[in-house]
Design a protein around this ligand. Sequence first.
Ligand code: 6PG
Length: 260
Amino acid sequence: MTREFLVLEDADAVARETADRVIALGQEAIDRQGTFHFALTGGSTPLMVCPLLVVPPLVRQLDWSKVEFYFGDERAVPATHPDSNYNTARQAMLDHLPRVRPGQVHRMLGEAADLDAACHAYEALLRRVLPSSPDGLPMFDLVWLGIGTDGHMASLFPGTAALHERDRLAVPNWVPQMNSWRLTLTFPIINAAREVNFVATGADKAEAVTSVRAGRHEVPAAEVDAERTLWIVDREAAGEVVGEAHGTSGPSAPEQAASG
Ligand code: 6PG
């Protein structure tokens, strides 16, 4: 198990690195097993990265017909709802990739009247189609995650029941902070992944990211420990630069050099 932090200059650099990592891991997986099992995150991360994946050069660098798309979490809303992570991914990427058939996209059924049954069905799908980890769990090739300012990832929010789930791989989770139900993968399957890529930008994530780096375990994201966990963050999210909106900070070295 390795955990690495890659601190890049800005959000554009984070987006480029994250997109490049998708292509590299995708090609490795397709070469290894003929399929790339890729779990997407919700939130705004996809809006930053997906535009790079759907145009040349990157769109031409992977056989998208061999990618199976999954979701780390979903809101309890229909697939057409603006809050739906599936809807975001569909608009930002899935509708624009070549040769992606509907059967390659495995969404969590946020509209289900019985969310528990929907999560059991999702788990059954994962156990049926994913290769097994050394521990016998379904193993994603890549799990994309964002991090909330409170240190949540997927829909594993501080103080919620799903944080403690160690048997089921996908569960409904009542999130009082959002006053809503969510569907989420749980730590066992996230930590069974070949690789997890956390993507975070902006000064508002600095407290959460630095808490993870300090190993503070009350932060849910600190519990993610896959075969390889790579954090791809910008300097603001790493706490190296205080964002403009949060007070002044001296120019970074390159800026100092430029201003002489
Ligand atoms: C969701 C996401 C959630 C998200 C974080 C960070 O469904 O909202 O899965 O875990 O990744 O809240 O969101 P941002 O990247 O938009 O800040």
